[in-house]
Design a protein around this ligand. Structure first.
Ligand SMILES: Cc1ncc(COP(=O)(O)O)c(C=O)c1O
Length: 341
């Protein structure tokens, strides 16, 4: 088996998680009759500090449902410029919700409130209404950066003060909470909708939730059905997510420590640009000074190590449940060989 640093989505459920799936009590969730899904939705709501959540197959559906539930075609959303929802979701905001995006630059994924304020439209016959602000924590393209709590609070206050709703893509909110040693609900405070994934660092095979207040949850259920996300005996997968929530959250600190160690090792390899101090969670982004991403990744693969391309001269390593200390050492050795091309 290669040491697989491509993503924290590559984990396979272990025996205990599979047992929880095997034993799950199930029903038809489209009729609201799956007790395990219900339990998961309630537990996730409690952890995320929202009235309710809706279980969906993917983080992408969670994000897109959140936007669809809170906008109308012709609305505008201010979205952090490197956010997953904008970068990696097939232009879903345009294609599914008919929403126009105004990107706002972020520093390590965190926009400045004054930059957001500048982009909120005045009321004018010519302008689309600005309806929504979309943020991400932790931020994937910013190398797993944590959105500072004070910045989050300031952005929420600004958005609400100007009549905008706020969506938080919290696919990796569990990592942010562990990194800051704060409850996840603190990091979502004030969000109108929040999404979170079980299939990333928590190690479940599939599943995400999207939540908000009671009225928003009702709308999210309608939108989930529209998007084809109504699932039947989904308790089989919800059981894995519940297991992951209870057993795999605190251990994310190990992933963070390994990512930091990996970054320190890679920083010692000539031709690689990486700042270990910038590694806050489980993602390490490396700039390549001598070879292209393709060449570097092919070299890693020859040494039994997998990572992903993040640009012509950048690659991403992600630590997770299925990589250990030996894999970190193997990755540093492989990088030393791969950097010469
Ligand atoms: C920040 C972020 N949001 C959303 C998603 C989408 O999740 P999914 O792959 O389950 O659709 C990802 C996936 O990597 C992500 O990194």
């Amino acid at each position: 088996m290669p040491a697989d640093f491509r993503s924290d989505t590559v984990t396979r459920p272990d025996a205990a998680m599979r047992r929880a799936m095997y034993e799950a009590e199930v029903g038809d969730d489209v009729y609201g009759e799956d007790p395990t899904v219900r339990r998961l939705e309630e537990r996730a709501a409690e952890l995320l500090g929202v009235a309710g959540t809706v279980f969906v197959p993917s983080g992408t559906m969670a994000n897109q449902a959140a936007v669809m539930a809170q906008t109308r075609p012709g609305d505008e959303a201010i979205v952090e410029a490197e956010a997953h929802i904008l970068y990696y979701e097939r232009a879903g905001l345009a294609a599914l919700s008919g929403v126009q995006v105004r990107p706002v630059p972020g520093e390590r994924g965190a926009p400045a409130p004054e930059d957001v304020a500048r982009l909120v439209r005045e009321r004018d016959l010519h302008f689309p209404p600005t309806r929504l602000l979309c943020l991400e924590n932790t931020h994937n393209r910013a190398g797993g950066a944590v959105l500072p709590v004070e910045r989050w609070d300031a952005l929420v206050a600004l958005a609400h003060g100007r009549g905008l709703r706020v969506h938080l893509d919290g696919a990796r909110i569990w990592n942010a909470a562990v990194a800051l040693d704060l409850p996840p609900a603190r990091l979502t405070r004030g969000a109108d909708t929040v999404s979170a994934c079980f299939s990333k660092g928590l190690g479940a095979p599939v599943g995400s939730v999207v939540g908000g207040d009671a009225e928003t949850v009702a709308r999210l259920r309608e939108v989930r059905k529209l998007l084809g996300g109504g699932m039947r005996q989904a308790g089989v997968i919800a059981a894995a997510a519940l297991y992951a929530l209870e057993h795999n959250r605190q251990r994310l600190a190990e992933d963070h420590a390994r990512a930091r160690r990996l970054a320190e090792g890679l920083a010692g390899v000539e031709g690689l640009g990486v700042d270990p101090g910038a590694v806050e969670t489980n993602i390490v982004i490396v700039r390549l000074e001598r070879v292209t991403a393709e060449t570097f990744l092919a070299g890693l693969r020859r040494e039994g190590v997998l990572a992903t391309r993040m640009g012509e001269r950048a690659v991403r390593f992600v630590t997770h449940l299925d990589v250990g200390d030996g894999d970190v050492e193997a990755a540093v050795r492989a990088a030393r060989a791969a950097v010469t091309g």
